[in-house]
Design a protein around this ligand. Structure first.
Ligand code: 5GP
Ligand code: ZN
Length: 116
């Protein structure tokens, strides 16, 4: 399922350009347009899921694969040893702005320990 007015669906379809660092049949990882750290990627499933709340048991292998890809990207980008953060903001109180499930990969500097 793709939603035509969803910005991340459009990135997944190549209709909006992004600095893609990894792509496969199920996922795409690209640089955040407003990076909050030296390494700041956004990793998304290509199918339109609104948030973690939309993940069903059927999608769980895809999300497991996504986390494995994030781990490998952290290694490739040289932040695995120094440390990094994976964040998925969910819903209004979670601070989610873009309504397509996405995971932030942040690293390359000491991150503020405060959550939120
Ligand atoms: P959220 O607050 O929903 O978890 O984060 C959405 C993220 O997507 C933000 O960090 C924002 O900078 C990023 N973003 C929004 N629109 C675009 C875009 O068109 N291209 C890219 N590369 N990142 C985007
Ligand atoms: Zn979407």
């Amino acid at each position: 399922m793709q939603i035509s007015d969803c910005i991340f669906c459009q990135i997944a379809q190549g209709k909006i350009p992004s600095e893609t660092v990894y792509e496969d049949d199920g996922l795409i990882a690209f640089k955040d347009i407003n990076p909050l750290a030296p390494v700041h990627l956004v990793v998304i499933p290509k199918i339109h899921l609104r948030s973690l709340n939309d993940v069903t048991p059927e999608n769980e292998p895809l999300i497991g694969h996504l986390l494995g890809v994030i781990r490998r990207l952290a290694e490739e980008l040289g932040v695995a040893e120094s440390g990094y953060r994976v964040v998925t903001n969910t819903g209004t109180d979670g601070g989610q702005v873009v309504g397509h499930l996405h995971f932030h990969l942040l690293g390359g500097q000491a991150l503020n320990a405060r959550i939120g």
